[in-house]
Structures are given as C-alpha cells and as structure tokens.
Design a protein around this ligand. Structure first.
Ligand SMILES: [Zn+2]
Length: 404
C-alpha cells in the first residue's frame, strides 16, 4: 500500500521551510518548528495506516509509518523503519519484525538497542521472536531491535550526535522524543514513538543490559503500582526486581505516560552475549506472552521460583579515590549495612579507600572496569524501605545513574 502521508510531508516541509526561512529570525523559525511539531504529534498519535516509502533495502521493505493491522495474519514480516537522516542525507533504518497471529489478541512490542552496547537485549528479543509461530498466535508481537542505530554500529551506550563535533547523547533520556527536536536523537525517538511504537502497542517491554564497564544482576525495573507491570515482572525467573519508575525520558516511562504498561528487564552485562541471562529473559518473556493469551503452553519458572528480592531503592557506592578496585561481594549477594564491599589500591598497591554498604540489601550492579577515578559509581545495592517512596539517591542525567 502506498499512501499519502501527511506527517511525512510535514517533515519535508520542516527541512525546506528552514531553508526558505534564511533571513527570518531564529525565533520565527523555532516557532514554525514548534507548530509543526504539534501537528506531527497529532498525526502520529492517530495511527493512520502504514506508509511504505517504496524503497527496498537488503530485501526488506521500508516503512515510515506502520499499522500492524495492515499486515497479513499468520506470518512474520521483516521490515525497516525509516528513522532520522544522517549527515550524509541517508537514513538510519531500524530493524522491525512483526509476528502477526492468525487470531486477534494483545499487541506486544519488544524493544532493544536503545543503548548501543547492550547486545544481550537484542539477542533476547531475537530469540523470543524466533520461537513464535504466527499460525498459532492470538495477537501480535512486534520486535524493534536496533533502535539507537549509530550507537549500535559503534557498540557504545550513547548516540554520536553531529553538532559542534560529535556529542554523545543518551537516547534513554530523550523519550518520547520530538520529530522536530534539536538533536537527531530526539527526532529519531519522536519518529519511532509516534509512527511505530505507540500506535501498535497494548503492552511493551524495553530490554536493556548493564553498560560498558558496569555489570548488572538479572533484574526487572519498573513501577509496580501499575498492575500489568507487576504481573509481567513477576513472570520472569530473576533474582531482583527494583520497584521504581527511575528516570524521566526513559522509553518505558514514555509508554506508561500514554497508557501502555511497560518496564525494563536488565539482561546482565553489556557488550557480550550472556547466554545464561538471555535464557532467563526469553523464558520470562514467553511466560508473559502465555499469560496474556498470545501463545499457548505452560508457564515456566517465575520470579517466585527464583526467590526474587524486591526493593525500592538503589544505594550507590561512589569512588572517593583513584586506583584499582577489588570487590568483596558478588552480584546477588545479600550484604549488611556497614559490611565492607570493596577495597581500592593506588599504583603502589597501598589501600587508599575501603567502601562499605550503607544499607541491608542485595548487590545489584558493580563496576567491572578495574580502575576508577573519584566520582564513579562502583556499585549499587538494592534495598527496601517499607512505606517509603522510591529513592535512588543519584542524578538522572550523569554517570552516577543506575546503568539501566
Ligand atoms: Zn540500557
């Protein structure tokens, strides 16, 4: 189907409009952009049908908007979503697989690659989709695999944005994005959210891992005051659940803000394919799809089977010195307040710092890069404070945030 796409025209208007506006005040241009952004949100939210660009890349049709209702049931569809333009004028294409069941049912969206160094998140989603048989399914599973394309290409957490030289932008602070935003990252997020993710999701799961140099335990992060988030999280055979919405601008909160329950699983360490961790999260995701009737079969192991610990805080241990850090507690180990967690030595081998837990809790993440300078996060200890609002004690937009 080749449809005229109002939103797509808006994007081109924005570009040509900016060229025509040379000589206008910067303010006027900015206002024009803001007006178009409003319209773009309106058209984006309406889910007004699939738009094929007419291009075929490596055998995959390219869409700039998708409505999974337009796809043939009982099949898997492999598509590219046209994201933001690169400095070369070419586009970033995001890999999309839609398993469209023969019967109607819940529409699930599984996302990965919002951070570019989180390979096990991509492999988890690939594995789940690989196990689906659309001829037996009720509902739809849409996998969106390499969301922050240039970050995935260079296997780094952040998107290399071309501004005054390359600036690195954490895409998981940009959602829901802005189709006419100031950075390519924001525009890419806006296009994806308005034209692909939001219109096709009843429920969503945004997969992550730890980050380069900082490994996490198998953990589920989400706001468990939302019944579906609580239900889905409990279906994963993981040792830890952190009951916290975490930061503004993360993808799972953008979904939640528009009424689509979503949370973030953390599939172990960054950069590697952690087969054991991937297996846990594949099992959990298949449990979720079974629970909501998308696929059949018995529920596998759950959080209860794994002896899950549920916390509402993440206590950070922050380096006060430079030097090599040796840990005295492992991931998933329970620790006590005052217990020594790590020792740091300078280049002479002398102990320059000892780090203790401030809480009774569970080792949730730790720095795997052996050296550290002052100010780096060395570890997070998940803990629980009854009748206390969630507290993570760290800044959302710095290196000190939990490596979600
Ligand atoms: Zn991440």
């Amino acid at each position: 189907m080749q449809a005229k796409d109002k939103g797509n025209l808006d994007r081109r208007d924005f570009v040509t409009g900016s060229i025509a506006a040379v000589g206008m005040s910067a303010l006027a241009v900015a206002e024009a952009g803001a007006a178009k952004a409003e319209r773009a949100v309106e058209t984006g939210a309406s889910g007004s049908g699939t738009v094929y660009t007419g291009e075929v890349v490596q055998g995959r049709k390219v869409v700039s908007r998708l409505d999974v209702a337009d796809l043939e049931p009982g099949k898997k569809h492999f598509l590219y979503f046209q994201g933001v333009q690169m400095p070369s004028g070419q586009y970033w294409y995001v890999s999309v697989v839609v398993a469209k069941g023969i019967r109607s049912g819940k529409r699930f969206t599984l996302t990965s690659g919002v951070h570019g160094d989180e390979m096990s998140s991509i492999r988890t989603v690939q594995t789940v989709v690989g196990q689906l048989d659309p001829t037996q399914m009720s509902g739809t599973v849409m996998a969106v695999l390499d969301i922050a394309c240039p970050a995935v290409e260079s296997m780094q957490r952040r998107w290399p944005n071309s501004g005054r030289g390359v600036g690195l932008i954490d895409m998981n602070r940009e959602w829901p994005g802005d189709e006419n935003g100031a950075s390519a990252t924001s525009r890419h997020a806006g296009l994806l959210f308005n034209r692909l993710l939001r219109p096709n999701s009843d429920l969503a799961i945004d997969f992550h891992t730890g980050t380069t140099g900082l490994e996490t335990a198998a953990i589920i992060i989400g706001d468990r005051s939302l019944p579906d988030v609580k239900t889905m999280g409990n279906l994963y055979p993981v040792g830890q659940i952190w009951d916290d919405a975490v930061y503004p601008g993360v993808l799972h909160n953008a979904f939640v803000d528009v009424g689509i329950p979503c949370f973030t699983p953390e599939v172990g360490a960054g950069r590697i394919l952690d087969e054991d961790m991937i297996a846990l999260f594949v099992e959990g995701t298949l449990n979720v799809l079974k629970h909501y009737g998308v696929i059949g079969g018995p529920i596998g192991r759950t959080a209860a089977d794994a002896g899950v610990v549920i916390g509402n805080g993440a206590f950070p241990i922050i380096a006060t010195q430079g030097g090599l850090v040796e840990y005295l507690a492992k991931l998933d180990e329970n620790v006590k307040a005052g217990q020594k967690i790590a020792v740091q030595r300078n280049m002479f081998g002398e102990v320059v710092a000892e780090y203790v837990s401030g809480v009774d809790g569970t080792m949730s993440a730790y720095r795997t890069d052996a050296s550290s300078e002052p100010g780096n996060i060395l570890a997070f200890i998940m803990f629980s404070r009854p009748n206390h609002p969630a507290w993570h004690g760290v800044h959302a937009d710095t290196e000190s945030s939990y490596p979600e």
